[in-house]
Design a protein around this ligand. Structure first.
Ligand code: UD1
Length: 361
């Protein structure tokens, strides 16, 4: 069985690391293809190093760009590599332009596609990720979904049940494999000179929150309001997209309330989440990590494709009043953290299913 894994962004690296490790353990070799949709060290090489991933076999050097151009470049570049290495399966993860570009290219070359983290739905069709994940699911031969919620979504869309495997989310595997190292090794708290529980951790990079001056201003003012009300500083590792938009829109962030820092590597990210008093985010992966680490969580989006987290995840959009009320509810003891995202054995189940389906047409 010839396998090729195609990834392109930070979350794909993190969540596919356990699958790569498991393939290695099962002595199933694979080609490792990186579109380089993410290329900045903090989003790429730092993470590769943290996770001790195998060397990348093919760097496609696609870089940034508008959706059509970026997805097109990914397809053209992936096509060249697949023609050369002729895999039986292409494995993709999640919902990025790399995911869709690679899957679409593979299916047109009659190469089977396995989709890890299939079946997530926000039902918000204005999100590029929702389109990417729906289309990728539609053309995949094997779909690995975190929970029964994802399976129901897929069945409703007409995907044959036999193709769907409930595996849990590989984010749990990654966290189990790294949290001990993060606790032992991360010096992020002393480097930032913050004490455990003394700060709010925030991230924002979604186009709907940061690509327009009005909404980016609302994002910043929601965070400032949470800081004022809680008396705690917001530590904000800033995504390159958000950083460049702050400069473009000439928005000033008050350092009394919000401290902007460079994006962190994976181990420091886990540490910063675990030691925070509250996480505020628009990221999918961070919602999962905060929930798994049992931190109070506020999602600054109007929907989530992770309903498994809703027993400790308030979806507030950019409504600062709702965010404040969520914070107050947490302070009065709200929140239940259940084990709904997986048992840490997703990669094992994924590799077993791949091996079982090896020769199927
Ligand atoms: C992408 C994914 C998103 C995922 C996110 C994780 C899509 C449609 N979006 O969003 O699902 O949650 O990754 O971070 O695939 N930039 C850099 N350095 C980099 C990468 C990007 O400076 O290494 C800047 C560029 O200005 C670029 C912008 O960030 O234009 C956006 O990058 P892009 O990869 O298009 O989208 P993300 O917002 O990172």
């Amino acid at each position: 069985m010839r396998l090729a894994i195609v990834i392109g962004t930070r979350p794909e690296l993190i969540k596919m690391a356990p699958v790569m490790r498991e393939l290695k353990r099962a002595r199933s070799p694979f080609y490792f293809i990186h579109s380089n949709q993410h290329y900045s060290a903090a989003l790429d090489s730092d993470i590769l190093e943290n996770l001790a991933l195998p060397p990348v076999d093919f760097h496609l050097k696609v870089g940034s760009g508008p959706h059509g151009a970026q997805t097109g470049k990914i397809m053209a570049a992936v096509e060249g590599v697949l023609a050369e290495i002729k895999p039986d399966w292409v494995i993709v993860h999640g919902d990025t332009n790399t995911t869709l570009g690679a899957a679409l290219c593979a299916v047109k070359m009659h190469i089977k596609v396995a989709h890890v983290e299939a079946g997530l739905r926000s039902f918000d069709y204005s999100m590029p990720e929702e389109i990417n994940r729906m289309l990728t699911d539609r053309i995949s031969d094997l779909l690995f979904t975190p929970s029964s919620v994802g399976k129901k979504n897929l069945i409703r869309e007409g995907i044959a049940a036999g193709r769907i495997h409930i595996t849990g989310n590989t984010v749990v595997d990654a966290l189990h494999q790294h949290i001990g190292i993060s606790r032992d090794k991360s010096k992020v708290l002393s480097r930032l000179k913050v004490a455990e529980g003394s700060y709010i951790m925030a991230t924002a990079h979604r186009p709907e929150n940061v690509d327009n001056p009005g909404t980016l201003k609302r994002t910043i003012s929601l965070l400032s309001r949470l800081s004022r009300i809680s008396g705690r500083i917001v530590i904000f590792p800033i995504h390159p997209r958000t950083k460049s938009n702050l400069a473009k829109f000439q928005l000033i962030v008050n350092p009394e309330f919000i401290r902007l820092i460079s994006p962190l590597d994976y181990l420091d990210t886990l540490k910063l989440i675990e030691s925070s008093c509250l996480v505020v985010t628009d990221s999918g992966g961070l919602q999962e990590e905060a929930y798994l680490l049992k931190r109070p969580l506020i999602t600054i989006r109007s929907s989530t494709e992770r309903p498994e987290t809703l027993s400790a995840n308030f979806i507030v959009g950019l409504d600062a009043g709702k965010a404040v009320s969520a914070y107050q509810q947490y302070m009065s003891g709200y929140g239940k953290w259940k084990n709904t995202l997986g048992d840490g054995k997703a990669a094992e189940k994924i590799v077993a299913a791949l091996v079982k389906n090896r020769g199927k047409k």
